[in-house]
Design a protein around this ligand. Structure first.
Ligand code: XMP
Length: 512
């Protein structure tokens, strides 16, 4: 097998995007923490070294570093942001704290060179740094500068460093720059195809699951990730002791159960459906606090799930989860500290200690669209694979205020009308996520000659790449009025429809 690109993760939120962009260019890349290079010989397994960005300042004594001096590394190096400053410092450049953090879109002027081949002489890049290079390191040449004359790219022999993030889409020629570096400067050849994702998952399962007939419990939520995971497992594992479990918590959309049953049936896979609606609704009765709702739903899910596993009387098992890279990134921090909890995300963590299990998360390095591609590779129905994300706590966090069967039914109807409407108008696949929220706010209306006094629903439709930031999908007022009329005419107990026009940040995508 040809050697891979090595990405050393200094803790940037974008490190996995570097890996992903390189994979998209057809080159296999692996991400490791800095300590990977404590073993010097590991460098021999790789063709190129990329040093990622990171939240630290290289001026900080405790800032992350690698053990090998860079001038002893025999392969080409590209430093990005923190990596840029790390390289500069190592070769005696001067990095200083700036008064102002440089954050966001910046224009750079480039010089003619291989790194910037086929890009514009002035181009937009994405910066996110506090320190700046004030004296360039010995023997290095400047390849690009910002309008304020701050070096944005430098190089010496086979060491390149850029201050901006070429891996994010806001860097206009980011892909081209990576391409130039990998293929022109490092002379790499393509060695990886997108459908190798399937093999990567296979490799993960082979390494992490040693038994021939392992006991695997896979919790299926009805969403894309866990369903594609179930299919990946079914391709690689003997299914004798594999259990696909689906918990009906009463917080699902109108046709969720029907849809998931039909997907599993069409592939002849057995799905165990546990009906726990009454338990969930009983515990949620009169609960209105968003975090408490999330905790109750998460806790009950674990309870129902553990009971099922105990009944299987299998002591040791693997718990398979469809966790994606983006699911963990917001709560991850480079130094292992905890970042602020905005919302308690629901997953199958926190199972009782007397259940002995290992967690397997074959998708934890992947992004949503990669999982979608894998789903299509497994021949899952395109409509299913392209469904919008749906949160674990389901309609429980979209029914603002009290959660009960009647309000959930109302919300289910509204959601169904809204989503079908978007599909009909060819807007569903153009947006990243769309849904309805029910508010416990009543207003006076008039229908026919009757006075009404009913609740309010909110429609939310957003564009996003990974759910970490989001913009509002612009839908014209006529189209919005049309769907509002459909909803009011067909759904009792609501008489007002609002459209949420807030981006994330400052909002979040879900309301609770
Ligand atoms: P927020 O509301 O945090 O949502 O901006 C970002 C994305 O995550 C989804 N979401 C969840 N997904 N369990 C999930 O599996 C959860 O608890 C959860 N909360 C939010 C949300 O739908 C959006 O796609």
């Amino acid at each position: 097998m040809s050697k891979s690109v090595l990405i050393i993760d200094f803790g940037s939120q974008y490190t996995h995007l570097i890996g992903r962009k390189i994979r998209e260019l057809g080159v296999y890349a692996e991400i490791y923490p800095p300590k990977y290079l404590n073993n010097v010989t590991n460098i021999l397994n790789h063709s190129v070294l990329i040093l990622s960005g990171g939240p630290d300042s290289v001026l900080n004594k405790k800032a992350p570093k690698i053990d090998i001096p860079l001038d002893q590394i025999p392969i080409p190096i590209l430093g990005i942001c923190y990596g840029f400053q790390y390289i500069s410092k190592e070769f005696d450049g001067v990095i200083e704290k700036s008064n102002q953090r440089e954050y966001g879109k910046t224009i750079i002027k480039i010089s003619n060179c291989d790194l910037f081949k086929n890009t514009n002489s002035e181009q937009q890049v994405w910066m996110s740094h506090g320190d700046s290079l004030t004296k360039i390191p010995k023997g290095f040449k400047i390849l690009a500068k910002t309008k304020n004359k701050i070096p944005a790219a430098i190089y010496k022999k086979n060491i390149y460093a850029i201050q901006f993030h070429c891996e994010v889409t806001h860097s206009e020629f980011g892909n081209q720059i990576l391409k130039n570096f990998l293929f022109d400067i490092c002379n790499l050849k393509e060695n990886w195809k997108n459908n190798d994702l399937h093999q990567t998952i296979g490799r993960y399962l082979r390494i992490n699951v040693k038994e021939k007939k392992p006991n695997i419990v896979c919790a299926v939520s009805g969403g894309v990730d866990s369903t594609v995971l179930a299919f990946a497992i079914s391709k690689y594992m003997k299914l004798d002791n594999v259990h696909f479990i689906f918990v009906n918590n009463g917080l699902l959309r109108k046709y969720d159960i029907k849809n998931i049953k039909s997907v599993f049936k069409s592939f002849n896979l057995k799905l165990n459906i546990i009906n726990a609606e009454h338990i969930f609704l009983k515990k949620l009765k009169n609960v209105t606090d968003p975090e408490l709702k999330r905790k109750i739903i998460g806790g009950l899910f674990i309870e129902v799930f553990s009971k099922y596993i105990r009944k299987l009387s299998q002591k040791d098992f693997y718990l398979a989860q469809g966790t994606l890279y983006t699911d963990i990134i917001e709560s991850r921090s480079y130094h292992g500290g905890k970042s602020v909890t905005i919302k308690s995300h629901h997953n199958v963590g926190g199972l009782p200690k007397d259940l002995k299990f290992d967690v397997i998360e074959p998708f934890k390095e992947l992004f949503k669209d990669e999982v979608r591609r894998l789903g299509l590779f497994y021949k899952l129905d395109q409509r299913f694979v392209n469904r919008h994300p749906f949160p674990g706590p389901g309609l429980g966090i979209r029914c603002i205020g009290k959660v009960n069967r009647q309000r959930l039914d109302t919300l289910r109807e509204i959601d169904e009308i809204f989503i079908n409407f978007l599909i009909e108008k060819d807007l569903y696949n153009k947006s990243w996520q769309a849904f309805a929220v029910l508010l416990p706010v009543k207003s006076v209306g008039v229908m026919g000659d009757e006075r009404t006094y009913e609740e309010t629903c909110v429609l939310r439709c957003i564009n996003s790449v990974d759910g970490m930031t989001a913009d509002v999908t612009e839908i014209d007022i006529e189209t919005l009025s049309e769907v509002a009329t459909h909803i009011i005419n067909r759904v009792p107990r609501v008489n007002k429809v609002l459209y949420d026009i807030t981006s994330k940040p400052p909002s979040t995508i879900e309301w609770e």
